[in-house]
Design a protein around this ligand. Sequence first.
Ligand code: SF4
Length: 358
Amino acid sequence: MINRRKTRPVYVGNVKIGGDAPVIVQSMTDTKTHDIEATLNQINRLYEAGCEIIRVAAPTEKDAEALPEIVKRSPIPVIADIHFSPRIAFLALESGIHGIRLNPGNINNKGKIKEILQECKKKNIAVRLGVNSGSLEERLLEKYGYPSGEALAESALYWSEFFESVGFTNFKVSIKGSDVLQNIQANQIFAEKTDIPLHIGITEAGPAGKGSIKSAVGLGILLYMGIGDTIRVSLTADPVEEVKVAYQILQSLGLRRKGIEIISCPTCGRIEVNLPEVVKKVEEKLEGEDLPIKVAIMGCVVNAIGEAREADIGLACGNKSAILFKKGQPLKRVSEEEMVDQLLEEIQKMKEEENGRA
Ligand code: SF4
């Protein structure tokens, strides 16, 4: 069991972050925000995939002007991503937005930041206080020589104290760098000193394959330490992939359960069925299916019996056939040709039983 760090809760719209809430999954659109229809289409796809909070970039006034319509029609709370410009921050705050993300380091004007926070407080808008290795204050770069984990944590602590000193507590913090160790260290230092919720992520992790691995390592270590109230996996890919990977990371640590978990063996010389093909077909057919079950598809009897018994349902393959297991009990022997259909049929029955109970 993972002992999660005790944090104070923050609400972004109706979504609770921190406290006893589960780790919340976020993503960010990659459309031009002023293209309202494209942005909402993407938000809806992300929502379908399980995204719980969405962030949209607001680099120009034109983007900020699109926010009221996006907020009105989005199925999930929307955060406006603001950099450099207090003016755009104020425009966003008039849009009905649920949260804004600010990097105080790149606004660097305490007077303006205080005014923004006062407005957020008045309107009950949450803030994500962002510290990124790419936009660290000059004084910390001089002190540490580079954006080390200590430097990033010091910046986050400094600005958190400033937020609190002006009476603003409705915020979470994100400390992000593209280096995994720097990231872990910075979040760990910060987590030991405050109860402010943390949004964690490995920024600019890279393309889908490599970026997912880097994110799984970095986020997995932090989550295992109990750190992280909300996550975003940053990939150079369709943001829907970010959501899928985020859930896979959380699911592998037992922190969230979303959709069907497939356990399948890597195959070896003992294999006597085309297991990769069976797994591919099952995965395709179950895409988007939200039944919280484990499906084991094993190549031979060596580990199959044990795994199939641990799973809710499974196939223990042998010579051009398999034993179909359900809840630890063998149901029947099925041929290689019919094993996918038979398995899916049983899963369908489980779904109907589950719906009948609901
Ligand atoms: S379950 Fe059987 S086929 Fe699959 S990797 Fe293990 S020994 Fe090989």
